[in-house]
Design a protein around this ligand. Sequence first.
Ligand code: ZN
Length: 274
Amino acid sequence: MKRVAKTLKNKVSFEGVGIHTGEVAKITLHPTEGRGIFFYKEGVFIPAFHDYVVGTTLGTDLGVEGKIVKTVEHLMAAFYIAGVDSAVVEVERGNEIPILDGSALLFFEAIEEAGTVEVGYWRTLKIKYYRKIVPNGIFTEIKPFDGEKFVFEGEFPFVGRKRVEYLGKVDKKLLAARTFCRLEDVESLRRAGFGQGGTYINTMVLDENLESLVYSDEPAYHKLLDLIGDLSLLGVRIEGEIYSFRGGHFLNHKVREYLKNQYGIKPFPAPRRV
Ligand code: ZN
């Protein structure tokens, strides 16, 4: 499975609040002469790669040499779905990627508007062996499959059981699915220092009215978006099926760890300059 890989044609910036820190963040996506996606903060390149994941609580955080970039998964999913495997994300202000509307749609649309340039082909990871990863009741199955397939299935409060999938094509429902939480969890999350930037604009709150949902499988699509963004931290296109049953960032981390070790995936070398 050969798939064209791209970088950006022009740079594009975003400014907005971080969902967890609540601080204003500014980032600029730059074209790159090298390969791979790298975050760049105060003179340090942070590879968008599994080995540099420093947190998986309610988001995926990357870091190196004390420089941290939090909540990278929605931007990473937008890159993946847009076919971009090479770019530099300069973090000019704050320690977190702006949450924007809680989905990946605005990142995706801005990438399309900035334009893309072909840089070769994606590296491909062809799944050869069946594997089930079960940390605690939830699980992910990794299966050989002729094509690219990510599936998320789960139970949601008031919404019920949902199953959604991504087959490698641009899908508006997937891109536009927003971050969500349960109403009863809002207070405890805030007390624990999370969700300081959460609002009714960037977060669906699941309660019995379900008024904040745009479509009934929006929460399931958001979990699928997180899965894609998290697994994109291998810098490869997956040829096979990843089936997640109720998995979140921690399970996605375990899946990535297995794939990286089983298939010997390495990060791209850092670019020389932004
Ligand atoms: Zn998310």
